[in-house]
Write a protein that binds this ligand. Sequence first.
Ligand code: ZN
Length: 335
Amino acid sequence: MDHSKFLTRCLQLANYGRGTTSPNPMVGAVVVHNGLIIGEGYHRKAGEPHAEVMAIRSVENRDLLKQSTLYCSLEPCAHYGKTPPCCELISSQSIPHVVIGTGDPHSKVDGKGVAHLRSHGIKVEFAPSPHKFQRLNEVFWTNMTKNRPQFTLKWAENASGYIDRTRTAEEKAMRISGPLAALRTHQLRGSVDGILISSKTAHFDLPSLTTRKWFGQSPTPIILLSQDFPLKREWLSSLEVQPIIIGNKIPHGYSGINCNPRNLEQWVPKLFDFGLNHILVEGGTRILQSFIDGGLADSIHRYISSDRLEDGVSAPNAPILTTTAELGNDRYERS
Ligand SMILES: [Zn+2]
């Protein structure tokens, strides 16, 4: 039996939940009887029924469940959360066969769903490769397996490898990439929980850090505080979302993590306490490089303009990025 088309359908269904399931993963499920899909479902929102429940509920003739196969993109859950465990529903409906895209790394599941099903005599099979099912929920996967937020790094550099000219405090930052790259950046901002910059960038550029050119909420600004570059009160109070400040001497009235911001190990795991699962790191170079060197660059987005400069601020040394596209006059590369 070729399971691939039904597993692909699970992925398509799971995608209907994109943007609304957090902190839960996106999951899709189908019920197949004699090679025909008789039920479909996906997880829409945390607190609402899981994909398997939706798929089983959608089957008109429940008697057919006893001779059907349930396909799901992620291992059925085995714990009582906001909803009862799916594996109990599957066994109570006497579904004899379950095919799973990938196991669930969540510590409360992690094989327990499969063990429950097998202990009830249900045949359990897995997709030949779990990769695309894990990639579907990249952020969830990083959160669960690495116990930290997912970090996406982004910067723009010119053909000479500079992210900015060498400039004085009075001079504005140089615009490197074009309007399409800006649009893509704002799209990216709309999909993350936090946006991380240095207090040097904040001090000189006073960025608004919003998603004003795209849909979605503006992310929480996270500022790495250096004593050399104090934060301006008017700028802090102008931010659309209350920032989180990381460093010593956090300004009065603001929350944050009191630590040495250069020591990533001290504060990276604590970002979870603020409900931040996915963070966009926008610079500057030293911060970006410390994430790359520390093995924390889960994903990199880089824009390269065709302009050249004699001198400037060097871009980070990045690994080779294989996915490329033309975005207006810029080259867009991502990992
Ligand atoms: Zn479930």
